[in-house]
Design a protein around this ligand. Structure first.
Ligand code: HEC
Ligand code: HEC
Length: 364
């Protein structure tokens, strides 16, 4: 290295090269961070339809800061759906399989463009009875068959199982009921019998229906719920809660949360305790009882927001005619107590519960 110019050139090149190395490693690290963050955001079984511009930066801090999302465990002997391989061959098995298909893809058969009849809003039973009614705290069907026929507080009469299925067609699917003696409802029943075959009448089951999450000492707040919705729900359910149709325009990839294709105000989900318990344990999609992603407060508030948006109305003046049996979160009066419709809809629920306890203790 006698030539000073050459030496200078060499030094320059080395400096340049090390700069490039630094640039390149910075970019590589940034890419890795983005990949890790988006993977951990997606969860393992998210549906394919996630907006490419998922609000990464907004989701992370609030998840970290929210209490009440710590992992929980489920006892090893909790109910599990029977294994698919135990569906018998032949006619009996065909009915079970057809029933399961109807629950998973209800819209294809009964939706606005349904092949059997066009009598529902386009939702699937499975949108709320997750994984065909096999997911704990996801409105599972474990104890359904064994508990029917059953006295219904809502209708005031003893109902056969087919009647309870009919009610979800009329309310959750905001539609009409197919013939309950027909092949479709009978196949749904066959599926539910198979699902619940190991459950005995009156057996206590962990994880049935939805979790009853703790009451707050104040009313749920729709305005705060809207913030949760925008950050954690809108990317799949749409900015107007309208859901996202599949390319076939017949079925939903992500079902609607309100509006004319959603459940009506006579549905179970229109009661805040049901919706909040469902959302806490199942949403954003992929959440479970074991690893919830929302605090109780977020679940209450986002549910309050959803259930104060417009949706189809059902005449319910014949429901819950025995006022003492009306659920505390049934949002339509009259009531046996002096609380307003607003408080019955959004809470606080504890004072109502205490008053109901007093009413029943007076009676006895
Ligand atoms: C929008 C959500 C939603 C949809 C869609 C829906 N359900 Fe339901 N279903 C519920 C909720 C919530 C409950 C519990 C309601 C309650 O406690 O009042 C329920 C309860 C039931 C029950 C009683 C379960 C038990 O253990 O007592 C049956 C059976 C049922 N649904 C069947 C169906 C069928 C069949 C379909 C499709 C045709 C359907 N549901 C669609 C939300 C839904
Ligand atoms: C990654 C996409 C995704 C996100 C994010 C998401 N959901 Fe869902 N949600 C779904 C899908 C898909 C279903 C239907 C599940 C099925 O059919 O298996 C569903 C079903 C529901 C249902 C029951 C069916 C209905 O339409 O009424 C409710 C209620 C719901 N989601 C609320 C929420 C709320 C509240 C949030 C935000 C806290 C949320 N979801 C975030 C994808 C998502």
């Amino acid at each position: 290295m006698e030539d000073p110019d050459l030496e200078k050139e060499l030094v320059k090149t080395i400096i340049k090269m090390s700069r490039y190395t630094i640039y390149i490693s910075c970019i590589a690290v940034a890419c890795m961070v983005i990949v890790i963050v988006s993977l951990s955001n997606m969860g393992s079984n998210s549906p394919a339809v996630i907006e490419a511009t998922a609000p990464v930066s907004t989701t992370i801090p609030s998840t970290e800061s929210s209490a009440g999302t710590t992992p929980r465990s489920i006892s090893a002997d909790a109910w599990k759906a029977p294994d698919e391989s135990t569906i018998p061959a032949g006619k009996a098995g065909d009915a079970i399989r057809y029933g399961r298909e109807l629950i998973a893809h209800t819209a294809q058969y009964f939706g606005p463009k349904g092949s059997v009849a066009m009598i529902t809003n386009g939702m699937n039973c499975q949108n709320c009875h997750l994984a065909g009614g096999t997911k704990l705290f996801g409105n599972d069907y474990a104890g359904f068959i064994s508990s029917y026929p059953k006295m219904s507080g809502r209708s005031g009469k003893v109902e056969p199982a087919s009647e309870r299925i009919a009610e979800c067609f009329e309310r959750s699917l905001a539609g009409k009921v197919p013939d309950t003696a027909g092949k479709e409802v009978q196949s749904i029943l066959a599926y539910m019998k198979w699902i619940g075959k190991s459950v005995k009448k009156g057996q206590k089951l962990f994880g049935s229906a939805t979790e009853k999450i703790a009451f707050m000492d104040h009313a749920a707040d729709p305005a705060k719920g809207k913030e949760v919705f925008v950050m954690k729900c809108q990317s799949c359910h749409g900015s107007n809660g309208e859901g996202l149709l599949n390319a076939d325009k017949k079925t939903y990839a992500n079902p609607p949360l309100w509006g004319k294709h959603s459940y009506n105000d006579g549905a179970g989900m229109y009661r805040l305790t049901n919706l909040a318990g469902f959302v806490k344990n199942n949403m954003p999609f992929g959440a479970t009882y074991q690893s919830p992603q929302l605090t109780d407060e977020e679940a209450w508030n986002v549910s309050a927001f959803i259930n104060t948006q417009p949706r189809p109305h059902k005449d319910q003046h014949r429901d819950w005619t025995d006022l003492k049996k009306k659920p505390l979160d049934f949002p339509f009066g009259p009531y046996a107590d002096g609380f307003s419709e607003k408080q019955h809809k959004l809470g606080p629920f504890k004072p109502i519960k205490d008053a109901q306890k007093e009413l029943t203790s007076k009676k006895s």
